[in-house]
Design a protein around this ligand. Structure first.
Ligand code: HEC
Length: 121
């Protein structure tokens, strides 16, 4: 290699390092895993009274309704589309024997799930 190409390579290197530092300063960390690590909490800690469900209108109803048969972890770990939550509600009633709590609670709980555990927002 000639001295010229060496220094061009060094400049290129400096430039790239600078780019990465700028990106990091903007909040992008290239070393951050794309997926949450196992055991890492992907979402803010929820209310311990409701087994960690995120606080908000409907959290309490969701807790009592959905913890009757299985762990709330099964609910919290989901990121489903709105349509999938609708489907799951019907599936829980028709195939899993969940008591139908009526239209009002359906709306409250599904609104809550879609607000906090949706893949769409
Ligand atoms: C009557 C009992 C019952 C109630 C009440 C109930 N579930 Fe379930 N749920 C089940 C059963 C049974 C399964 C299947 C568990 C398995 O994977 O073997 C399940 C599975 C699930 C799954 C996982 C589905 C999947 O694709 O793996 C989710 C999410 C879920 N329930 C959410 C809810 C929510 C939200 C509520 C409250 C609105 C709720 N459940 C209430 C019985 C119930």
């Amino acid at each position: 290699m000639t001295g010229v190409s060496l220094s061009a390579a060094a400049q290129e290197n400096d430039f790239r390092t600078g780019e990465i530092l700028l990106a990091q300063a903007a909040g992008y960390d290239p070393m951050r895993p794309a997926m949450p690590l196992p055991g890492a909490s992907p979402r803010p800690e929820g209310n311990p009274e409701f087994d960690g469900l995120i606080d908000g209108p409907g959290a309490e109803d969701t807790f009592y309704m959905c913890s009757a048969c299985h762990s709330i972890a099964l609910v919290k770990q989901q990121r489903l589309s709105d349509a999938r939550w609708d489907y799951l509600w019907t599936w829980m009633i028709e195939d899993q024997g969940m008591a139908d709590p009526g239209e009002e609670l359906r709306e409250t709980i599904l609104d809550y799930l879609k607000e906090h555990y949706s893949s769409e927002r």
